[in-house]
Design a protein around this ligand. Structure first.
Ligand code: GDP
Ligand code: MG
Length: 372
């Protein structure tokens, strides 16, 4: 059965409808823009253009942007820092840990001690090189990003308070990691506290099929105190080891692709997005499309509030110069010119509005995940 018109598919793929028609013609299928095609044909076409298609149901498809399908030539890949997210139950010490790691390692006196809060930052470690930490507001953001095919996290630190043990959000985090296939390092926190029982945490983890090293398994674990800064070096070492195994790399010499970690409207600065560079190099002056917004990079600002000329893979930066506020998980793609950027953005906006007003059985995720 026919599931989508060429026109609509083109929109979701952020390609020109006429290019799709041409490709179809070359494949021996003379089909016009307003005609509908079936899933198999759509898949052929989507693949032809280097995107990936997911069959949501018998009657609906989703275009997923998948870096695996648009691989860079291996010769262009260079090592990049790991991107680490801290997850765990509320009050188990996620923020304290991030603060401790940052405080410990930020070069004293840097930028006059002014450290702006952005949703992500980098730490230069003595033993692990540069590590990017994501200060995600919660599991929701993680899930949201993942659902949109925008996987940003390489490694998760699962924080479990040794006095409280496994709690609902701990278990939820384990589920997320498993589904996203992201390796986890268990940080058993608050070992300074009376009543702390790290062994009990390890045993409870077994029930969820997490076998930590101390129990003869392969998941790295470390007992820490974020408050007293105990064993943070060990945690960094384990992170570095895990990152090394993963051989993380990206091509820095191409137009940038980044994922929005958070975004808001800032008085005076306008729409500001914190993005994580996935590949390529983002430069001042670059034209881009991000979700249903577009823009021209007016400034690239690092986690110390410093203006940069460019940002490379693994770096979290603030971007100024957006037409509006995008959503977390939106992909920022540098495109050749402003006309193209506006074209794609306005198409997406139109779709967004349509979905809102007609309550079409198309989820927002479907609409957002198409990428130029
Ligand atoms: P989050 O909700 O996971 O971000 O947890 P927070 O970092 O806000 O910590 C919650 C509370 O636990 C705060 O009062 C922290 O001071 C405290 N806390 C965090 N880490 C430790 C620790 O290692 N030892 C002790 N004793 N308290 C801690
Ligand atoms: Mg917190």
């Amino acid at each position: 059965p026919e599931v989508i018109t060429v026109q609509e598919l083109a929109g979701r793929m952020a390609e020109k409808a006429s290019d799709l028609v041409k490709a179809l013609f070359n494949m021996g299928m003379p089909i016009t823009v307003n005609e509908a095609i079936d899933q198999d044909t759509a898949e052929l076409l989507v693949t032809e253009f280097g995107h990936i298609m997911k069959r949501v149901s018998d009657s609906d498809i989703d275009i997923v942007h998948d870096e695996e399908t648009e691989k860079d030539d291996p010769a262009t890949l260079k090592p990049r820092p790991p991107v680490v997210a801290v997850m765990g139950h509320v009050d188990h010490g996620k923020t304290s840990l991030l603060d401790a790691l940052r405080g410990e390692n930020v070069t004293a006196g840097e930028a006059g001690g002014i450290t702006q809060h952005i949703g992500a930052y980098q730490v230069k470690t003595k033993k692990g090189g540069v590590i990017t930490f994501l200060d995600t507001p919660g599991h929701e953001a993680f899930t949201q990003m993942r659902q949109r095919g925008a996987s940003v996290t390489d490694i998760v630190i699962l924080v479990v308070a040794a006095d409280d043990g496994l709690m609902p959000q701990t278990i939820e985090a384990i589920k997320h990691c498993r589904e996203a296939n992201v390796p986890m390092i268990v940080a058993i926190n608050k070992i300074d506290k009376e009543g702390a029982n790290p062994q009990k945490v390890r045993e409870r983890l077994l029930e969820h099929e997490i076998i930590v090293e101390a129990m003869g398994g392969e998941v790295q674990d470390v007992e820490i105190s974020a408050l007293k800064k105990t064993n943070l070096d060990q945690l960094i070492e384990k992170l570095a080891l895990q990152a090394e195994l993963m051989e993380l790399s990206a091509n820095p010499d191409r137009p940038a692709e980044a994922v929005v970690v958070e975004a808001q409207l800032d008085k005076g600065r306008g729409a500001v997005a914190t993005v994580l560079i996935k590949r390529g190099t983002l430069q001042r002056g670059d034209t881009f499309v991000v979700g249903a917004e577009s823009g021209k990079v007016r400034a690239v600002i690092d986690d110390h509030g410093k203006q940069l000329k460019k940002a490379t893979p693994g770096m979290p930066v603030e971007v100024l110069g957006l037409s509006g506020v995008p959503s977390a998980g939106d992909v920022l793609t540098v495109v050749e010119n402003e006309t193209r950027a506006r074209e794609v953005a306005s198409y997406r906006k139109e779709q967004q509005n349509k979905a809102r007003t007609t309550q079409a059985p198309v989820s927002m995720e479907n609409l957002f995940s198409s990428v130029a």
